[in-house]
Design a protein. Structure first.
Length: 83
């Protein structure tokens, strides 16, 4: 399973999840959509957004959700992807 990375360096969390499931390291219940519902993860994303706003003129959102199309899925920065 290959993991796509977008032009801003975000990883496709759906690809990462598929790879983890294929290796027996994750379950279907750990899908990105379920992961994002966690209050702890929501706080973490808010903190990443606040940090990004302080350091960059061009703000790169730590999380991007695309519904439909070739690039559909949940995209996250490396810190979110390894979480």
């Amino acid at each position: 399973v290959s993991v796509r990375v977008d032009e801003d360096g975000r990883y496709n969390l759906n690809d990462l999840h598929a790879a983890a499931v294929a290796n027996g390291e994750a379950t279907e219940s750990q899908r990105p959509s379920n992961f994002l519902r966690s209050a702890q993860i929501k706080r973490f994303i808010s903190a990443l957004k606040a940090k990004a706003q302080k350091r960059a003129l061009k703000e790169i959102q730590p999380l991007k959700v695309i519904k439909g199309g070739v690039d559909s899925g949940v995209w996250g920065v490396e810190l979110l992807a390894i979480r």
